[in-house]
Every structure is written in C-alpha cells, then in structure tokens.
Design a protein around this ligand. Structure first.
Ligand code: COA
Length: 161
C-alpha cells in the first residue's frame, strides 16, 4: 500500500527525540527516560548520524549509523546501529527509503564497508538488507552474561543524568 503524503528523510535533531520515542513505543521500549537520555547522547556523538523519516510532520521511522576508521581497510567504515519503523507504517517502503539514504550518504563520503547486524530470525530485515546489496559476510557473535543481573544492565554506558 502506498503512503499518503510525501515522505521527508532528514537528519534528526533534539526536537525529534519525542517522535523517535513514539516510534519505539509501537515496537518495544523498556524505559522512556533512559531512551531519551540515550538518544540525546547519540545525537551529540561525533560521527554518529540519526536520520528520521517524516510524514505530515510525524516521525514514522528512524535509522542511525556511526563511522569509524578501519585499520585493516585503511579507510572509514560505517555500521548501522538502530533501525525502526512505526508499526502502522511498516511494509510501505519507509525502511527502504531510510536504508537507501544511508547507502547514498556513506557512498558519497567513500565508506568502503557498511555493516549491519540483525537477529538470525529477523527475516524481514534480512530480506530488506539483501535487496539493497548486503551480503552475509561476517558472523556477529554475542556473549550474554549469565545469570543476567538486572542491577548491572546499564553498567559501562555513561549517560548524562
Ligand atoms: C525491518 C524494518 C526496518 C523494515 O522497514 P519497512 O518499512 O517495514 O520495510 P519496507 O516496507 O521498506 O520493505 C522493504 C523490504 O523489506 C522486506 N519486507 C517488508 N515487509 C515484509 C514482511 N512483512 N515480510 C517479509 N519481508 C518484508 C521485503 O523485502 C520488502 O521489499 P518488497 O516490498 O519489495 O518485498 C521494519 O519492519 C521494522 O522496524 N521492524 C521492526 C524493527 C526491526 O526489526 N528493525 C531492524 C533491526 S536490524
């Protein structure tokens, strides 16, 4: 189904935090206050870009990525970190538009490798990435601390109070 209205893709500012939170709420969000501080911190981080998709003044999705130098490649590499489309706007091409914008922007600045990790069972996301030229090139490993101790879950993440 086509979207009514024109989709605008642009860089996010602090004014978009509320809209981004509203998108996350439709999918999964544990702690609004923590998420607000986290997004604010990411927006202030150097070489970290958050793009929002806006439809009729409403944020309907966002994607973000960071750029770091790769010693191996002797160039910069980019990694997509978060990518969420409002539940009511999924399957309408918004994710594709955001991903295409990241590819365009990273191509323009000579990024040799654009990485993204996703859960093995997230077929929708995998299909979307493959459609846009991503290959299964790496294996992303994860170590989950066991037993999971709730009180330590934010340790190591320095967030402003
Ligand atoms: C995954 C996600 C970002 C995709 O964004 P989207 O706007 O829904 O995707 P689009 O409408 O642009 O669809 C693009 C492609 O995705 C795939 N796709 C979309 N909906 C799908 C569905 N219901 N089943 C399978 N594949 C699907 C298809 O390949 C589709 O291309 P096609 O329409 O030509 O077949 C979005 O669904 C989302 O936010 N999901 C929850 C959070 C998430 O999983 N994020 C990714 C974490 S890595």
């Amino acid at each position: 189904m086509k979207l009514a209205g024109d989709l605008v893709i642009r860089e996010a500012t602090n004014k978009d935090i509320e809209g981004i939170i509203e998108v996350l709420k439709t999918i999964y969000l544990q702690d609004v206050a923590w998420a607000e501080r986290a997004i604010k911190k990411l927006l202030a981080t150097e070489n970290y870009v958050i793009l929002v998709a806006e439809l009729d003044d409403q944020v309907v999705g966002f994607i973000d990525y960071y750029i770091l130098p790769s010693i191996w490649e002797k160039r910069n590499e980019a990694t997509i970190n978060n990518f969420f489309i409002h539940k009511d706007y999924q399957g309408k091409g918004v994710g594709s538009r955001l991903l295409e914008e990241v590819i365009k922007r990273t191509d323009e600045i000579g990024i040799v490798e654009l990485h993204v990790g996703t859960e093995k069972k997230n077929e929708r996301a995998i299909r979307l990435y493959k459609k846009h030229g991503f290959l299964t090139e790496y294996l992303l490993l994860e170590r989950v601390r066991t037993p999971f101790q709730k009180k330590y879950k934010c340790r190591g993440i320095v967030l402003p109070r």
